[in-house]
Design a binder for this molecule. Structure first.
Ligand code: DON
Length: 305
């Protein structure tokens, strides 16, 4: 495995065609696009890394896997009255479907859906309390208490968050928000701004590798059925309007973020985190996707055989 990762870093990680960093969040526009990291946390406890795997980056929409997991824990099946579970086929920040579907987002991973999920888990609490809960959960599943929120990124998102504010207010106009929109948005921007490295992120995904149980510690995080469903949503919706392409090329449940990270799950085998800040035209890490494609070719881990 180490030889495979070293080869991926030496070839894909050194590519000149790196995509473009997200510039609609000013703090993300400052990130050096030349960085690249990959970590594979195996179900047997071994962890392999190559590249800048100690470098923290903004996990952005990957955090939506964690907030969905928390929401399912708090609300159970009632989550599905707040968001759907269909691929949207539209960009991650699109507003068009919301009007046709009475303010109910297609799935929990597009921005509107993740904002609705935050509204669901706030339950009248202060944003600080809910953020504390989200952070505690991420630290627990990654087994790393050093994980925190990059306040600069959160404030940067807030200062340019007109599209997300529009999505939230539009949903509120359908009577779909239970908490003040500003509290929901503040919480959403902050959980997107959690900073992690690929080592921490790969470890955080381990509970999805073994039917909801961390295969290394033996600690159960969610039920088998819930893990299966989270993985299915990652496969169908985790890359927005690029989800079909990701399933075609990589064949693993995965969730991307505009910080350039991708968390992918090879059921029964490993949790994989990759980071390369340059994005493709739909907002998914360009080299990150290529690296996962290569890894799956070497390992045969695609869920489609
Ligand atoms: O709300 C936003 O636009 C960002 N905080 C998250 C977007 C994101 O990561 C979409 N990913 N590909």
């Amino acid at each position: 495995m180490q030889a495979i990762l070293d080869e991926i870093v030496a070839t894909i990680g050194a590519s000149d065609e790196r995509g473009h960093v997200a510039d609609y969040i000013p703090q993300l526009a400052c990130v050096d696009p030349k960085q690249f990291a990959i970590t594979v946390a195996m179900a047997d406890g071994r962890v392999f890394s190559a590249g800048h795997s100690d470098q923290l980056f903004s996990i952005q929409s990957i955090s939506k896997v964690f907030t969905l997991t928390i929401a399912l824990g708090k609300l159970g099946g009632a989550v599905w009255s707040r968001v759907g579970r269909e691929p949207s086929g539209d960009p991650f920040n699109s507003i068009v479907q919301l009007e046709h579907e009475q303010g109910k987002p297609r799935n929990p991973f597009i921005n509107a859906g993740a904002i609705a999920i935050v509204d669901a888990i706030l339950m009248g609490h202060q944003p600080k309390e809910t953020l504390g809960e989200i952070l505690q959960f991420v630290r627990f599943i990654a087994d790393d208490d050093s994980i925190s929120i990059d306040e600069k990124v959160a404030l940067s998102e807030l200062s340019t968050g007109d599209r997300n504010a529009s999505l939230a207010h539009f949903m509120a106009s359908f009577g779909r928000m239970e908490n003040p929109v500003d509290c929901v948005l503040g919480t959403y921007f902050h959980h997107c701004s959690i900073a992690m490295n690929t080592h921490q992120l790969a470890k955080a995904g381990l509970f999805l590798v073994d039917n909801g149980r961390n295969p290394v510690t033996g600690i159960r995080v969610v039920s088998t059925e819930r893990a299966r469903r989270i993985n299915s949503l990652m496969l169908m919706c985790g890359h927005y309007d690029g989800s079909g392409e990701f399933a075609f090329r990589v064949g693993l449940p995965g969730k991307s973020g505009v910080g350039g990270g991708i968390l992918a799950v090879a059921p029964g085998k490993a949790s994989i985190a990759v980071w390369s800040p340059g994005l493709d035209e739909v907002g998914n890490s360009k080299l990150g996707t290529e690296a996962l494609e290569k890894l799956v070719q070497h390992t045969g881990w695609s869920i489609f055989g």
